[in-house]
Design a protein around this ligand. Structure first.
Ligand SMILES: C[S@@+](CC[C@H](N)C(=O)[O-])C[C@H]1O[C@@H](n2cnc3c(N)ncnc32)[C@H](O)[C@@H]1O
Length: 239
């Protein structure tokens, strides 16, 4: 009985890393943001900014939710990824300012109804929805092998994941995030941020994947080398 309880407890999130009042506060904040953006969506002529905020709130909620559900031992108040570094916050602040400034200076640029604009919007929306799905499903499929912080020492329950989305993309959660983020800038019709996001995200993932794979080869040796030969990343120019 005591042993069973210990086993169940070892699967539970660490409450000291997940203070309930913190989790409630962050969830409430994300819910308010999502609810207000959704509520005003149908009253506004320029809907793109609200759709962008809905995508952001959904992304941050799902980061915590999927970790809590499928990788509870690793969940942490920081799993919302709201403290995702100064570059991340800077990029989204810049994107919001670009969008609002361009709307203020030249509203027609943002709200016109040309076929090209519609195509850009639909492509952006598809990238956001599919990118989010790939990101969240891959986090679920990797389960305990997933961690927001790259592991430099192998843990006992860390297994090489090669099935599901990992059989199509070598780094599906990065692939999903990369295209999701570019999709948000297409939705906003933000030409400057689109180029900046491309550059910053590509550089970030190129560096991170190289670092991560050095450790994955240390952990899994020839199995990872073979996996790397067989499965592509599908982010342009990252081999
Ligand atoms: C933020 S997760 C990202 C996982 C993966 N790069 C992706 O994009 O889906 C980082 C952790 O995942 C682990 N990881 C990456 N690829 C893996 C794989 N195919 N199997 C098991 N663990 C993996 C790394 O060791 C690292 O600690």
């Amino acid at each position: 009985m005591e042993e069973d309880r210990k086993e169940v407890n070892s699967e539970l999130p660490d409450i000291t890393l997940n203070p309930p009042h913190e989790i409630a506060k962050i969830s409430f904040g994300l819910g308010i943001l999502l609810g207000c953006s959704l509520g005003f969506l149908f009253t506004l002529q320029f809907k793109s900014f609200n759709i962008y905020i809905i995508s952001l709130a959904t992304f941050h909620f799902l980061e915590y939710y999927v970790t809590a559900k499928y990788n509870p031992k690793k969940v942490h108040a920081d799993s919302f990824l709201l403290k995702n570094g100064i570059e991340y916050i800077g990029a989204h602040t810049f994107a919001s300012l670009e969008c609002l400034m361009e709307y203020w200076i030249c509203p027609n640029l943002k709200t016109g109804h040309s076929p090209l604009r519609k195509i850009i919007f639909v492509v952006g929306l598809l990238m956001v929805v599919l990118g989010q799905l790939v990101r969240s499903i891959s986090m679920r499929q990797a389960g305990r092998s997933f961690s927001h912080v790259v592991k430099v020492e192998k843990e006992n329950d860390h297994k090489l994941v090669q099935d599901g989305l990992y059989s199509v993309f070598r780094h599906p959660s990065y692939f999903g995030f990369f295209w999701w983020a570019l999709g948000t800038q297409l939705i906003l019709f933000n030409p400057i941020s689109l180029i900046l996001f491309c550059f910053v995200l590509w550089r970030f993932f190129n560096k991170r994947i190289k670092f991560e794979e050095r450790h994955l080869i240390e952990f899994f040796g020839s199995s990872y080398i073979q996996y790397k030969k067989n499965v592509k990343v599908w982010i342009p120019f990252i081999m």
